[in-house]
Design a protein around this ligand. Structure first.
Ligand code: M6R
Length: 609
């Protein structure tokens, strides 16, 4: 979603903030803009096209200065247009904003009564005018900003500049992420660290409801009450190269092929002979899970699918009942919390608004502990959870989650083994066997990736389809859901995932020779049942695409294509059988000519509700 970059320096900041903005493109946006302070005047340029167009505009028309802010906007209030694009300007102030000001209508009406005229349809301009209005009864911009922020409800991350304070960048956050990058004689702000890695690796993470006044040599942070907060700087564990495509055509393709190494990283120094090391989960103690009786998982999208797989594993390996909810549902239902319950959130970004809101709600509901499985150290979920298991997938730039998902699955499996050990639900021998299987994961992942050419051939048959069903049984059912999500989000082919046993309860009505049916069919205990479901499709003329294990090859015929994949331990099947589905979605998207890494209407990090 929206991206913010700002800088104050003793050199022209335009190239720095435009580079930062390009590095935030992955978050998803529909317009972009920049504003610098040049000879005591604002110079503001905008586009409803890509950041590259904004960069060209800056080259053609000139835009420079020692102080500047820039923004990529993902429309919430008002269509994507140059008028609605940020930065917004009101008198001596220019503002960029991520998030949603929920009481903007009431505030707008009040400001209109006081004579303010609004140019855009945005809630951002309302916040800006409110700050401007409070300047009249304040001794400083800081005071006016605090008054305004105490009046708004909703979420925000902002960067604000003032014509009469040439070296000063004001910034604040509540509900939307914001980091401050520390340079030498220059400082920066951005929505995430990736934007600033070319200029610094040292960051201060703003916490909820904090305001920072950033100059070239000083960072002053305070709360919304104006009281000073002491902050510590941290070094980022990513480098600038994390967001290069290398020799790949797309970030998604690179990230799919990075999975052997991301899975290897997830495992590094975490496995012993018959146990997963305790320090794998930050904050955990030897007996943290000894009395655990219930597990509740909450997540969105692909991370929710990981949670669904986690349910099968937790119940099988730890014998603890596990519930899984979509975060936007959990936060508005009246969940009944059992005794000794663990609340688990799963998120690539650690900033997903609904997941974060669910965690905050859970903290009031009587859970014993919270744990997050997350790819971004320092994110809001990590900072607000009792325990953290970092997935270590590395920066994921493609909007479609790939390596984040498989490392989430691996993390859930490791967590299940930790809980099983503390609960005594698995023998040391059984844990040893599972750990030996897990050790094979990175090399098996390479074998699954080696089927890329076969899957490309399959995709060329597939890409012109308008609809598709994905079927799986047991723990492969969430993988069918994930396969369908991947295909629809990047190729725009309508796809639905079903538990294969549900077919005859409705979806079978859709089957005819124009309906491709993808079946995730590894060799496991439910194979016999799945074969019956496959026959139900075959009998109705459906076209079948079966992802199968070499060990148990199903018969191909004119109606049925079979892609046989390496044999693998049953426990790893959900992770490994995800890979051909990612490749299928990727190749279909490329053939259909869609924007693979930034599909229409989607944002990488969904920081608004
Ligand atoms: O950052 P999160 O894992 O919390 O994000 C959740 C979803 O928005 C995300 O998984 C989304 O569904 C992806 N685009 C799927 O590929």
């Amino acid at each position: 979603m929206c991206g913010i970059v700002g800088a104050t320096a003793q050199r022209n900041v335009a190239p720095i903030i435009l580079t930062g903005l390009s590095r935030l493109e992955y978050r998803g946006y529909d317009s972009a803009g920049i504003c610098t302070l040049e000879n005591d005047e604002f110079n503001c340029l905008k586009t409803t096209s890509k950041v590259a167009t904004l960069i060209n505009k800056v080259k053609e028309r000139g835009c420079k200065g020692f102080l500047g802010i820039a923004h990529t906007r993902w429309a919430t209030h008002g269509i994507p247009s140059e008028t609605n694009a940020h930065p917004h300007i009101c008198g001596n102030l220019a503002l960029v904003h991520n998030g949603i000001i929920e009481n903007f209508k009431e505030l707008k009406a009040k400001l209109q009564e006081k004579g303010y005229v609004f140019k855009s349809e945005t809630d951002t301009e309302v916040l800006l005018c409110l700050i401007h209005y409070h300047q009249q009864d304040s001794n400083s911009l800081k005071e006016a900003l605090l008054k305004a922020l105490n009046e708004v409800t909703g979420s925000y991350a902002i960067a604000l500049i003032n014509k009469s304070e040439p070296g000063v960048l004001y910034t604040a956050r509540s509900g939307s992420p914001l980091v401050i990058g520390l340079g030498i004689g220059e400082n920066f702000v951005a929505s995430d660290v990736l934007a600033l890695l070319p200029v610094t690796r040292r960051f201060i993470y703003l916490d909820e409801q904090e305001v920072a006044i950033v100059t070239t040599d000083k960072i002053d942070v305070c709360g919304l009450d104006g009281k000073e907060h002491i902050k510590k700087a941290q070094d980022a564990d990513l480098d600038a190269e994390s967001i290069s495509k290398g020799s790949f055509d797309h970030f998604m393709q690179k990230e799919i092929f990075e999975q052997p190494s991301s899975l290897r990283n997830t495992l590094t120094e975490r496995l012993d002979d018959d146990s997963v090391r305790l320090e794998t989960v930050i904050g955990l103690k030897k007996d943290s899970f000894k009395d655990l009786q219930n597990i509740q998982i909450v997540a969105c999208g692909t991370s929710f699918h990981a949670g669904l797989v986690g349910k099968y594993w937790f119940e099988e390996l730890t014998h603890i009942p596990c519930n899984v909810d979509i975060a936007s549902e959990y936060r508005y239902r009246h969940a009944v919390v059992g005794n000794n319950s663990l609340f688990i959130t799963i998120s690539q970004s650690g900033e997903t608004a609904d997941t974060l809101a669910s965690l905050r709600l859970a903290k009031t509901q009587g859970y014993k502990n919270s744990l997050c499985i997350c790819n971004v150290n320092g994110s809001s979920l990590v900072r607000e959870s009792d325990f953290t298991l970092l997935t270590r997938a590395g920066a994921e730039i493609g909007v479609a989650s790939t390596k984040a998902f498989t490392t989430q699955l691996l993390s859930l499996l490791m967590l299940a083994l930790i809980i099983a050990e503390q609960k005594g639900s698995l023998t040391a021998q059984k844990r040893h066997e599972l750990i030996e299987s897990i050790r094979q994961l990175p090399s098996l992942c390479e074998k699954f990736l080696s089927k890329d050419k076969d899957i490309l051939a399959l995709a060329s048959e597939f890409a012109d389809k308008h609809h598709c069903l994905f079927l799986g049984r047991g723990v492969m059912y969430p993988i069918a859901l994930e396969g369908a999500l991947k295909l629809k989000e990047i190729s725009y082919i309508h796809a639905e995932g079903y538990a294969a046993g549900e077919l005859k309860h409705g979806p079978i009505a859709l089957i005819d020779r124009n309906m491709p049916v993808v079946v995730v069919a590894p060799d496991n205990a439910l194979m016999g049942k799945l074969v019956s479901n496959i026959e139900e499709v075959r009998a109705r003329g459906g076209k079948l695409y079966i992802f199968n294990s070499e060990e148990h090859v199903l018969k191909a015929d004119t109606q049925t294509k079979v892609i046989s994949l390496s044999d693998c331990p049953e426990i790893l099947q959900p992770i490994l059988f995800t890979i051909p589905l990612q490749l299928l979605a990727y190749h279909c998207a490329v053939i259909n000519g869609t924007d693979v890494d930034q599909p229409r209407n989607l944002a990488k990090s969904v920081t608004v509700e």
